[in-house]
Design a protein around this ligand. Sequence first.
Ligand SMILES: Cc1cc2nc3c(=O)[nH]c(=O)nc-3n(C[C@H](O)[C@H](O)[C@H](O)COP(=O)(O)OP(=O)(O)OC[C@H]3O[C@@H](n4cnc5c(N)ncnc54)[C@H](O)[C@@H]3O)c2cc1C
Length: 522
Amino acid sequence: MITDVVISGGGPNGLMLACELSLAGVRPLVLERLPEPSEEPKANGLLGQVVRMLDHRGLHERLSGSPEPPRPNSAYFMFGAMGLDLSLLEDSPVHALPVPQRRIVQVLRERAVELGVEIRWGHEVAGLSQEQDGDAVTVDVAGPEGEYRLRARYLVGADGAHSTTRKLSGIGFPGVTYDRMTVRSAHATVPAGRIDPATGALNVPGHGAVMPFLPHRTEHGGFSYAPMPGHPPLVSTTEWDQPATEAPMSLEELRASVRRVLGVDVPLGPPEGRGPHVLRRLTGGNTRVAERFADGRVFLIGDAAHVYSATGGGPGLNLGLQDAVNLGWKLAAEIRGSAPSGLLDTYETERRSAARRMVLNAQAQAALIAPGDDVTGLREVFAELLRDPGAVRRLAELTAGADVRYDMGEPAPHPLTGRFAPDLELHTPAGPVRLAELTRTARPLLLDLTEGAWLAETPALRHGQVDVVAARSQAPAPTALLLRPDCHVAWASSSPRPDPTEIEALRAALRRWFGVTEPAHA
Ligand SMILES: Cc1cc2nc3c(=O)[nH]c(=O)nc-3n(C[C@H](O)[C@H](O)[C@H](O)COP(=O)(O)OP(=O)(O)OC[C@H]3O[C@@H](n4cnc5c(N)ncnc54)[C@H](O)[C@@H]3O)c2cc1C
C-alpha cells in the first residue's frame, strides 16, 4: 500500500501542511518522533503576513480568541532595534499575534484531527530511499513497537533545523554560524510600579523607558521586555563575546546581563503562574538556507529548509507556515493528477526566494544591533532615512514578509498580481463577507466585482476546478481577482469590464496554475 504523503515532523509546519493537504482532499500521514507534544517554549508569537494567512484559513480566531479580523500594528515597530514609525503610513503591513508556540501547535493539531489527519506519536523517520524513476519513496520508521517500512508517493521533511529528511536526502545546508552572540531569556516579574499604564513601557530609572516587545540597543548589547498576555513577561538580553560557560542558566545571570547592557539594575523576580517557564542561554545562531527545497519525491519545509538568527527579528513561522500553504495545494494537485506541468517546481522557486529575503532581513537587523561606534554611526544614518515614509514602508514590508511577490508569468502584471490577496469587505447575495472568509476552503477562487457580475456570467469561466464568486465592494478595489489556494493573486483586473487581452491573461493563468483548458469567451 502506498501512502500519498508522509510528513516527517509534527511541529507547527508539518501540522499546517497536513491541514492544507486534507483541505485539498489528500490524506497525509504525520510521523512525529516525540511521544507527545513538546512543551519546550519556543516562539512567543507570530509576526507578519502569516497572521493574515491564518485568518484566510479561519485559524486566526482560534488563536486570538476573538472574532475580530487581524488589525495591523499602525503605531510603532522596530527594525534592528530602531523605531519604525508606522503612523507615517496610510496602511501598515505589520501584523502581530502574541501566542506561544505551544498553543499554535495545539490549535493546528486540533484542526488536523478535525480534518481526519492521522498523527503517529513516537514514530521517527530513520531512513529513506527513492526508487530510481519509480513512483514512491520508501521510508524506514522507528516506532514504539519496533521498526517498519512505509512506501509513500511523497515525503515532506518538516523535521526542524536538524532535519533527518534533509540529511538523508544529501541536501546541503550552507550558511553561517554566529558564535559571538549570547542571548539570555527568562520569564520574570517586574514590580507593577515600573510599568507605565498608558504605554505598557518598562520604566528603568537611570536609563529610561523601554517599550514592550520592541528590542532596545545600547553600546553594550540588546534588551527586550515582552509582556505576553496571560503569562509573565519575557525578558531577554543579547551580548557579544561572552566567556564560555557550562553553568546552568539562572535568573541572577540574566540580572547581571541586564546590568551590563542597560548600565543599571532591573529588579527581576521569579515568574508567577503556570509554566513551563523560559530560562535559557543560547550561544551562537545559525543562518542557513537548504541548497534545494526538493529532491525527487522529497520536499523540505520550515526550519528543515531554512533557519536564521532570531536576534535579527525574523520570525521563523512567518516563513515556515507559508511554505506549508504554498506546497500543500500543489502537492495535492499533483497527487490528484490535475497539476499542470511544472507546478510542483514553483514551490522551490517561490519559497526559496522568500527564504532568502527573510535571511537578508535577519542579517541586516543583526548587523544593526551589534555593538561598536561604527554601528552607532550606521544607525544615525539609518535614523535619518527612517523619517522618510517610503523607507519606513520598505522596511515594514520586509519585516512582515509582505513584499513577497511571486512571478505569475504575466508580461505586464497588475500591481496586485503575485502578491498576497488584499482583505476586502464584500457584499454578496448571501450577505456581507470578508475575502478572507471566502478562502477558507483552500480552493482556487475567481472573485468577480465587475458591474453586473460580467465574468461570473461568462459560462466558459464556470467549471468545477475554480470557485467563482460575484460580489460588490465599496472600496476602490480591483474589479476581478483570481486567487490561488495560497491566497496569492494569480491574475487581477481593475477594468470595469476586462478587455480581450486581460481575458487572455486570465485564461493563461487558469491554465498555468490549475490546468484549466476550456476557452473563456470575451
Ligand atoms: C527560542 C526560540 C524562539 C523562537 N521565537 C520565535 C518567534 O517568536 N516567532 C517565530 O515565528 N518563530 C520563532 N522561533 C522559530 C520557530 O520556533 C521555528 O521556526 C519553528 O519551530 C519551526 O517549526 P518546524 O515545524 O519547521 O520545526 P520544529 O518546530 O522544530 O518541529 C519539528 C518536529 O519534527 C520532529 N522530528 C524531528 N526529527 C524527526 C524525525 N526524524 N522523524 C519524525 N519527527 C521528527 C521534532 O520532534 C519536532 O516536533 C523561535 C525558535 C526558538 C528556538
